[in-house]
Write a protein of this length. Structure first.
Length: 256
């Protein structure tokens, strides 16, 4: 009896695989974010009077807290490894297919910095408007204690967020949806709306801003087929937000 080891991958299999990858990663985050925004909207007081905290402490014991932070960052990247592993079934090296390699470091850094400026400055304006209209919760980008490892952990968290989101929501998801023969507009919209949805816990301004960012990043990826500049841009944006909030005077961020 001979086992059939090379069965072709069907559209149904690809669809199931995509749902499982999202369910283990940012699709799960989107569901929790939806529950969070419903909880905020149904709580006493307006949305603007509530808080959305990122990078929070997990223990009052500093070295145990550090251990939890590092483990959380490491395990959050497992869906990325899973996605890359699954893409290895396709022709070509998955890292090259995604543009997640070091072939063009200078170009990737320059493009990433340009994208960060393109997204970051209008994003701050949108966030300010949303805050004035009461459409966002009060955002606390970093709520870790002031310890020697705080800034390194915040930088690692920024890198983790960038790799996870850009590989899954742009590189992997858009690749699979195109293989499933979705229309290009639907692919871009799905990627952008997913990005916005898992930021809903911050409020509706964050949803809109991240959805717009998702459209820009999706179009960039379709044109260049490279995720690395998106990872660079996202990392820079998060480092500025996380480390800036941790190091600069709190009254500078009253508008958040």
């Amino acid at each position: 009896m001979t086992l059939e080891l090379d069965r072709p991958v069907t559209r149904r299999t690809l669809g199931t695989e995509t749902m499982l990858v999202l369910g283990l990663s940012l699709g799960q985050s989107a569901v929790y974010a939806l529950v969070s925004i419903v909880a905020k909207l149904t709580a006493d007081g307006p949305l603007s009077a509530q808080t959305a905290a990122l990078n929070t402490s997990r223990s009052a014991r500093p070295y145990l807290d550090l251990t939890y932070q590092v483990l959380g960052i490491a395990f959050a990247l497992l869906p990325v490894l899973l996605a890359v592993h699954l893409l290895a079934r396709d022709p070509g090296a998955p890292a090259r297919t995604l543009g997640l390699d070091a072939r063009r470091p200078g170009q990737d850094l320059a493009r990433g910095a340009g994208l960060a400026a393109l997204i970051g400055l209008p994003g701050l304006a949108l966030f300010w408007v949303a805050a004035q209209l009461g459409l966002n919760a009060t955002l606390v980008p970093a709520a870790l204690p002031d310890l020697w490892w705080t800034v390194p952990v915040l930088i690692l968290a920024a890198v983790q967020n960038a790799v996870l989101e850009e590989v899954i929501v742009v590189g992997y998801l858009m690749t699979r949806l195109r293989q499933l023969q979705w229309r290009l507009g639907a692919v871009i919209a799905t990627s952008a709306l997913l990005r916005g949805s898992y930021h809903l816990y911050q409020g509706f301004g964050a949803f809109l801003g991240n959805a717009v960012m998702g459209v820009v990043f999706s179009l960039f990826y379709l044109r260049t087929r490279r995720v690395m500049p998106l990872v660079v841009a996202h990392t820079l944006l998060d480092i500025v937000a996380f480390v800036g909030y941790a190091l600069l005077p709190r009254d500078w961020f009253d508008w958040l």
